[in-house]
Design a binder for this molecule. Structure first.
Ligand SMILES: C[S@@+](CC[C@H](N)C(=O)[O-])C[C@H]1O[C@@H](n2cnc3c(N)ncnc32)[C@H](O)[C@@H]1O
Length: 232
């Protein structure tokens, strides 16, 4: 399956992530749900260096840094050159550069052999793509996971506040509204049915809803947290 969007639309999306990472500092620490997933899935800290994890759409490397710190061997990939530059600098500064390898690249064409990873993590990265590309990315995730390998990802759900008049791009992504939890970001909001469809080939899946409010309950952020496995 190839992306139905033209190279210029894809390029524009990458450029706007570059611009975002250039203009403001991004969060440095992983979300609590990812920490729980890692603790639950890989409780034996002694064997972690033999576990290979992929951080999909790693941004400036908050989760990749955590994987290094927790003793895993990891790869991290992102389409934004600026994000990868920042991630590499932090990993080097904190001594994890040999454990975590960063790549600039599109998640739609993962440059890894089939059955490579023990786990793939995906914090609001696949969800920043149009539906046709989401299907393609998750197909790729399935391909690169080992049989029995685990997936954890977060996607924005329809209860997330979209104050003002959100701009909807030609490929169906929200973005460029001036305030609220998704200000500046480009993302889709996913229905529960879409989440089920996206992970239909997986097993042991759990699609949980995480709700939080911001600014004294002015805004709401609703996420789907998905954990699933590739069948053995
Ligand atoms: C919301 S940010 C999340 C970053 C990171 N996972 C975190 O939790 O801090 C989404 C990231 O996904 C990347 N991304 C989105 N779609 C992509 C694609 N198709 N190929 C490569 N990177 C992509 C963006 O460049 C951006 O860094």
């Amino acid at each position: 399956m190839t992306s139905p969007f033209s190279a210029s639309v894809l390029e524009q999306r990458r450029a706007s992530w570059d611009e975002l990472f250039e203009s403001r500092e991004w969060g440095k620490y992983p979300p609590e749900e990812l920490i729980r997933f890692i603790a639950r899935s890989f409780p034996d800290s002694g064997q972690r260096k033999d576990k290979l994890i992929l951080d999909l759409g790693c941004g400036t490397g908050a989760c990749a840094w955590y994987l290094g710190r927790e003793g895993f061997t990891a790869h991290a990939i992102d389409g934004s050159e600026r994000a990868i530059e920042i991630a590499r600098a932090r990993l080097k500064h904190e001594g994890y550069q040999d454990q975590v390898t960063c790549h600039v690249g599109g998640m739609e064409n993962l440059p890894f052999a089939p059955n490579t990873f023990d786990a793939v993590i995906d914090i609001c990265a696949t969800g920043a793509n149009p539906w046709a590309d989401c299907l393609r990315i998750i197909e790729g995730v399935y391909r690169v996971l080992k049989p029995g390998g685990r997936y954890f990802g977060s996607f924005f759900a329809p209860g997330t506040s979209m104050p003002g008049a959100p701009f909807i791009s030609e490929c169906g992504l929200y973005g460029k509204h001036d305030r609220g939890p998704l200000a500046d970001a480009q993302t889709r909001l996913f229905s529960f049915k879409e989440m089920q469809d996206l992970f239909a080939a997986f097993t042991d899946f759990s699609i949980d809803r995480h709700l939080r409010t911001l600014n004294n309950q002015q805004y709401q952020v609703e996420l789907w947290n998905v954990s699933a496995r590739k069948p053995e």
